[in-house]
Design a protein around this ligand. Structure first.
Ligand SMILES: [Zn+2]
Length: 238
């Protein structure tokens, strides 16, 4: 099984230092207006399931995007409210509550969490079981595992994230992801990939996703949401 996860950050988390940096901000906007539709087109080609992690402030700024994702049957996960790194958040409980309120106000059934910048903190981890069934922020294994607080961890890694490959050649990403998929299939374990609309949604890069999904189809690997993956881990563990 392969979980395609898409972090729709928007302009969240750019911080005060970006208030006057219109070019940097507009690259994030591109992700919503152009990159995301392009990704959805590829997912549609393959009938692929996907999970979208969205910060609360981005959901509130782009409510129709979230409503459309929900209407199309995609899963929405919590990605912080302000997309602040959890280790830098002053009030972890409020950050979780605010993001959850934003997403649920748009009709999303939110059952999982992903830490912005993959810096999960002890304070945030303590709050998660009150609201969520899984987390997808840690790198302690390449198979799902159960955290001491009972939460299911759907692990990630920087090599399975599009961001570190750019600026650079998309072929490095494609080679790594296809190799990871082949090994995951051989080892009969799931794989989570993380995409950003403003990064892999560029015209010259989107074919990498298409080729990964082609491989998955050829290998008999099906796409799965994180909710379904967490559910399968839960039932396998009894
Ligand atoms: Zn993010």
């Amino acid at each position: 099984m392969i979980a395609i996860t898409i972090d729709v950050d928007g302009e969240a988390g750019l911080g005060d230092g970006y208030a006057l940096r219109l070019s940097s901000r507009s690259e994030r906007v591109y992700g919503l207006v152009r990159g995301l539709p392009r990704m959805l087109g590829v997912l549609d080609e393959f009938g692929a399931a996907a999970t979208f992690y969205v910060p609360g402030v981005t959901a509130l700024a782009w409510p129709d995007v979230v409503r459309e994702l929900v209407a199309r049957g995609f899963e929405i996960g919590h990605h912080g409210h302000t997309h602040t790194r959890p280790d830098l958040v002053a009030d972890a409980r409020a950050e979780i509550a605010d993001g959850l309120a934003a997403l649920t106000s748009l009709g999303a059934d939110v059952r999982g969490y992903r830490a912005p910048c993959w810096e999960l903190s002890p304070a945030t981890l303590d709050v998660l079981p009150e609201h969520f069934e899984w987390d997808s922020s840690l790198m302690g294994d390449d198979r799902p595992y159960v955290l001491p607080n009972g939460l299911i961890e759907l692990p990630v890694h920087w090599s399975l994230d599009d961001a570190p490959y750019f600026p650079g050649d998309v072929r490095a990403l494609e080679h790594t992801w296809r190799s990871e998929l082949a090994v995951a299939a051989a080892e009969v374990r799931p794989l989570t990939l993380t995409l950003h609309p403003e990064i892999l949604g560029r015209p010259s890069r989107i074919d990498a996703l298409r080729r990964v999904l082609d491989d998955a189809r050829r290998l008999g690997v099906r796409t799965i949401t994180h909710a379904a993956l967490a559910g399968s881990v839960r039932s396998a563990g009894g």
